[in-house]
Design a protein around this ligand. Structure first.
Ligand SMILES: C[S@@+](CC[C@H](N)C(=O)[O-])C[C@H]1O[C@@H](n2cnc3c(N)ncnc32)[C@H](O)[C@@H]1O
Length: 249
């Protein structure tokens, strides 16, 4: 039943695609949803002019998704996505759910509304090399969070515990997708588990698939954008080619 999805990038809505997957069939989910950045009290991201964000690729937005929902609807949508992820996760599986806290109307908007009620075991801090939000009201934000949401029997691979809970990885600069993961960050996550089947329901440019393939794991990727699905397939194929060349020499 799951076989036909393995090592495929599927173009579609992640909830609809996940609904086709059997219960308790996935070992590991690694994902970063859209952050609802266009629904913002800050002017730059909201109206697309950029302002302090002028150099951010995300000002142009995603190719098939406007990233602008009323906050309450966004929270409900993300809760629904996570509920579906929990349904298909094995009893010893885990979700690494990356998100970003931000200041809205002068107050911290952390993401507890989305993850409350879920078995959150740990928050990993992903320290990036720098931020772009130079607001005189607060210090420059330089990190994102990764919620480790774990089913009861989830365990790390031997020695992975030593990585600690603050991880430094520079953001990816050479990727045409507006919000890609750095591949090494996802390699850190995947290699820290014994997962065989890794799902990313917001696959974007295919970073999770590349990391999974590098570690000889199976992947399933989903994205709503045909452009990003094409990009992901091309990136996975190119990475495999480069690896083959490296080992041939
Ligand atoms: C933060 S990006 C993920 C980037 C990815 N981690 C990477 O390394 O390239 C979020 C992605 O969610 C996709 N997306 C938005 N709505 C979606 C939906 N309903 N189902 C599946 N994908 C969706 C967007 O097209 C975008 O590529």
């Amino acid at each position: 039943m799951l076989q036909k999805y393995l090592n495929k990038i599927i173009c579609g809505d992640c909830i609809e695609v996940m609904q086709q997957l059997p219960e308790q069939s996935i070992d590991l989910i690694v994902t970063s949803p859209p952050y609802n950045l266009k629904n913002s009290t800050g002017n730059g991201m909201k109206d697309g002019r950029g302002g302090k964000w002028a150099n951010a690729k995300l000002v142009q937005g995603y190719s098939n998704y406007d990233d602008c929902m009323p906050h309450e609807l966004y929270v409900l949508w993300q809760k629904k996505c996570l509920k579906e992820m929990m349904r298909i996760l094995k009893k010893d599986g885990a979700i690494f759910y990356n998100h970003k806290w931000r200041v809205q109307g002068g107050l911290l908007q952390d993401r507890h509304e989305i993850i409350e009620g879920l078995p959150v075991r740990q928050i990993i801090i992903w320290q990036r090399s720098g931020g772009i939000n130079f607001n005189p009201g607060y210090f420059l934000p330089t990190y994102e969070v990764i919620y480790l949401i774990a089913n009861p029997h989830f365990k790390l691979a031997p020695k992975a515990n030593a990585h600690g809970d603050i991880w430094q990885f520079k953001q990816e600069m050479h990727n045409p997708h507006p919000a890609p993961f750095p591949v090494h960050l996802i390699e850190r996550i995947i290699s820290s588990t014994a997962a065989d089947i890794v799902l990313d329901p917001f696959m974007g440019s295919g970073t999770t698939a590349i990391a999974a393939a590098r570690h000889c794991r199976n992947y399933i990727g989903i994205d709503i954008s045909p452009d990003y699905c094409r990009m992901a397939r091309e990136r996975v194929a190119e990475d495999k080619k480069q690896l083959r060349l490296k080992f041939a020499n």
